[in-house]
Design a protein around this ligand. Structure first.
Ligand SMILES: NC(=O)c1ccc[n+]([C@@H]2O[C@H](COP(=O)([O-])OP(=O)(O)OC[C@H]3O[C@@H](n4cnc5c(N)ncnc54)[C@H](OP(=O)(O)O)[C@@H]3O)[C@@H](O)[C@H]2O)c1
Length: 324
């Protein structure tokens, strides 16, 4: 069985290039998905407190460790949620994650978003005055949370990084602490190539993991797997459209974490196909003159009234990130 290519993080740890995403994987689905994935060669699992399914991922891990793999053969990522940003909360939340997953450590622990929510009020605390909005917390800055992340015991987290962070955010973390995040997990696919951010992260040797590589269609728009050029290239290569989209991310040199709960897709998404330079360029051209970011928290329900990415859709947001 092939376990796929691995990449090396700045810490020297290796990370399998293709991982399994677990967001929106429902209870009763995710346990089977994780078990199927590991039995079919996946060694990289992407998890988070907010996915509210880490206990089921943990149930799957019990089935495959040690029957199929040793714990040290897996690369498990998890993320501190927005309500865990205050320095006193960070390790407490990590402990909850470790308990749910049933493991002593995670291989990579990320700050999920550069946004804090008031702690102790649940995952999505309601705003006291405005309906449908999350109550944001401006007590901790990103730097405060980063300091707590880098102080976490090595026995519990092998590497620490960030997710959804911009160049400005990362520059501030480095300026304040001298510690460069090992990874930044970002949305990246042909409609959101993030070339400037990718170049910056490569230059700083910060590993990139691309999320929503298939262009998660949960907001009801045309799926990337339905793009004519993706279908054409898939047909030519005798591959699936999802394999072609994963290959587009692989061509760019980072790790890619497609999510599926369907057995056949989990298996086929992991089988790599190689793109020629010509096909890579054709797929890249899908994004020329088009731009689409699927994950904009200002549009979430409940909404987060904060501008994160300088997107037009965030123009009416009234808050900015508290960086330092
Ligand atoms: N850091 C962050 O803020 C963040 C944000 C978003 C996502 N992520 C991570 O990245 C992972 C992947 O992103 P994502 O879940 O947003 O989107 P995605 O992986 O791009 O797309 C998932 C969607 O594609 C479908 N799909 C999977 N394989 C397919 C195939 N072979 N053909 C056609 N459709 C297919 C899935 O449905 P089925 O399950 O029914 O197959 C699901 O609807 C997440 O699960 C999560 O772990 C992180």
């Amino acid at each position: 069985m092939s376990f796929g290519k691995v990449l090396t993080l700045s810490s020297g740890t290796t990370i399998p290039q293709i991982g399994l995403g677990t967001w929106q994987s429902k209870p009763k689905e995710v346990e089977h998905a994780v078990e199927t994935a590991v039995r079919n060669g996946y060694r990289h699992l992407d998890c988070a407190m907010i996915y509210e399914n880490q206990d089921e991922v943990g149930a799957a891990l019990k089935k495959v460790i040690p029957a199929v793999v040793k714990r040290e053969e897996l690369f498990i990522t998890s993320k501190v949620w927005n309500s865990g940003h205050r320095p006193g909360e960070v390790e407490k939340e990590l402990d909850e994650t470790l308990k749910a997953l049933g493991t002593d450590y995670v291989d990579l622990y990320l700050i999920h978003w550069p946004v804090a929510f008031v702690p102790g009020k649940g995952i999505y605390p309601p705003h006291p005055t405005k309906e449908g909005e999350v109550e944001l917390d401006f007590e901790p800055s990103l730097v405060d949370t980063w300091k707590a992340m880098i102080a976490l015991p090595k026995s519990k987290v092998k590497n620490v990084g960030v997710s959804n962070f911009t160049i400005e955010h990362i520059d501030a973390l480095i300026a304040a602490t001298g510690v460069v995040p090992v990874a930044n997990q970002i949305e990246a696919h042909p409609l959101l190539p993030q070339d400037e951010l990718v170049a910056y992260l490569n230059e700083k040797n910060i590993h990139i993991t691309a999320y929503s590589p298939l262009g998660n269609n949960s907001i009801g728009l045309k799926k990337l797997t339905d793009e004519a050029v993706v279908q054409e290239i898939a047909e030519k290569l005798g591959a699936t459209t999802a394999q072609v989209l994963v290959a587009w991310g692989v061509y760019r040199g980072y790790s890619v974490i497609p999510k599926s709960v369907q057995e056949e897709r989990i298996i086929s998404n992991f089988k790599q196909v190689a793109l020629s330079e010509e096909d890579y360029k054709k797929i890249t051209a899908i994004g020329h003159g088009r731009h689409l970011r699927f994950n904009i928290p200002y549009r979430y329900k409940p909404m987060w009234d904060i501008a994160l990415f300088g997107e037009e859709a965030e123009a009416k947001a009234t808050h900015k990130v508290k960086i330092v």
